[in-house]
Ligand binder design. Structure first.
Ligand code: GAR
Length: 204
């Protein structure tokens, strides 16, 4: 069976990494997998607009509406199963998933993190906070990492990493933008293709 791997992208915000994945599939660089579903855990996230513009089915599943982490994850599992999803990509998904959830998809969940893991990662390090921490520490090089997701926040096996230089006068915002442009938007689609191709190979 050679049909591309069905990918779900989980988002919470602006969705520029989702856009990078969509653009990569459009260009034909991401070809072993196809983005089949977008799930947002935030009502009205701009990433939902991006999904709509690309004609990708999108749903919102919030913890508040579900009532508990358990019910939230059960609902996501249900939606993922209904859509035949084989690979899950966390692209700016700002919710830590339980061990119960991650163990249901071993080496089938990818995450992009805006630092060179093991620096500036784990619980509490997300979004701009990561770049604030890198600048406060005074490191001269940062970057991005794509890794498999397991029960340890940002602790799964590393798939791809790329370094990005910190410049004099950087603010968390300018650094976030440079890390996205120079690293995240390239690494995430490349890792999606790499893992999708491996899943396709394993099918044969
Ligand atoms: C990205 O920088 C992503 O690496 C980061 O949030 C941003 C989301 O932007 N994710 C984390 O910090 C996860 N720990 P986006 O919504 O525009 O893709």
């Amino acid at each position: 069976m050679n049909a591309p791997v069905k990918i779900a992208v989980l988002v919470s915000g602006g969705g520029t990494n989702l856009q990078a994945l969509i653009d990569s599939e459009k260009r034909g660089d991401l070809k072993s997998g196809t983005i089949s579903l977008v799930i947002s855990n935030k009502e009205g996230a701009f990433a939902l607009e991006r999904a709509k513009n690309a004609n990708i089915p999108a749903v919102t599943v919030t913890k508040a509406a579900c009532g508990s982490q358990e019910a939230f994850e059960a609902k996501m599992k249900e939606v993922l199963a209904e859509n035949g999803i084989e690979l899950i990509i966390l692209a700016g998904f700002m919710s830590i998933l339980s061990a119960d959830f991650t163990s249901a998809y071993p080496e089938r969940i990818l995450n992009v993190h805006p630092s060179l893991i093991p620096s500036f990662c784990g619980k509490g390090f997300y979004g701009l906070r990561v770049h604030e921490a890198a600048l406060a520490y005074g490191v001269k090089v940062t970057g991005a990492t794509v890794h498999f997701v397991n029960e340890i926040p940002d602790g799964g096996k590393i798939i791809l990493q790329r370094a990005v230089e910190i410049k004099e006068g950087d603010t968390p915002e300018t650094l976030q933008r440079r890390v996205m442009e120079e690293a995240e938007w390239h690494l995430l689609p490349a890792a999606a293709e790499k893992v999708s191709a491996q899943i396709l190979c394993a099918r044969k």
